[in-house]
Design a protein around this ligand. Structure first.
Ligand SMILES: Cc1cc2nc3c(=O)[nH]c(=O)nc-3n(C[C@H](O)[C@H](O)[C@H](O)COP(=O)(O)O)c2cc1C
Length: 169
């Protein structure tokens, strides 16, 4: 496989960045995600891909719901916080203005453009990320916005490399 061509094609899509949050047994989690998309029109489904290395993935395995927050161009500090720090090492939600949705899922007040999902499938196809699909329970938007894109955050160093594997707690 031509790695350079693969990287060129996938980065050309320049996806909008989101922060995915979830919770299980009172434990919140969340991380920056570039792998995500709508996956059904009717019923409305949305899919995200979580790295097996991430704390968010391990919590999502036990959680029933997720929120997908769409970042705007001026949300770089939030992207850096959720994309470069791991919930294993820090309390990522401390000091952030939050609401809580069904399942205890933390909603970031700073990001009102978001979907609330009820998890319906989890797909491990042998890669380093796992697909999580949810039915869309609610969607909130605040008019047009300029998304924060992968090209805006490509300089960030992820809190976990995708090569890392989950370690049993
Ligand atoms: C540009 C960028 C894109 C990322 N995309 C994803 C992604 O699609 N899925 C994912 O699970 N992690 C992704 N990450 C990595 C996590 O956001 C990062 O490792 C985070 O610190 C994990 O936090 P956690 O251990 O608290 O879950 C990305 C990071 C960056 C910087």
């Amino acid at each position: 496989m031509d790695d350079a061509a693969f990287a060129e094609l996938t980065s050309a899509a320049d996806p909008a960045m989101v922060v995915v949050t979830t919770a299980a047994d009172g434990e919140p989690a969340g991380c920056l995600v570039g792998f995500h998309s709508q996956s059904s029109i009717s019923p409305a489904h949305y899919s995200v891909r979580l790295s097996k290395a991430n704390h968010t993935y391990r919590v999502a395995l036990r959680g029933s719901h997720l929120a997908v927050h769409f970042l705007a161009a001026d949300d770089l500090p939030l992207a850096e916080h959720f994309g470069t720090v791991s919930g294993e090492d820090a309390e990522k939600f401390a000091g952030l203005a939050l609401q809580h949705a069904v399942g205890g899922v933390p909603l970031l007040e700073a990001c009102p453009r978001r979907l609330l999902l009820q998890r319906i499938t989890l797909l491990d196809d042998g890669g380093d990320h796992v697909g999580v699909t949810g039915s869309v329970l609610s969607a909130g938007a605040r008019g047009g916005f300029v998304p924060l894109r992968l090209s805006d955050v490509a300089h960030l160093r992820a809190g976990h490399d995708s090569e890392e594997r989950a370690i049993s707690p």
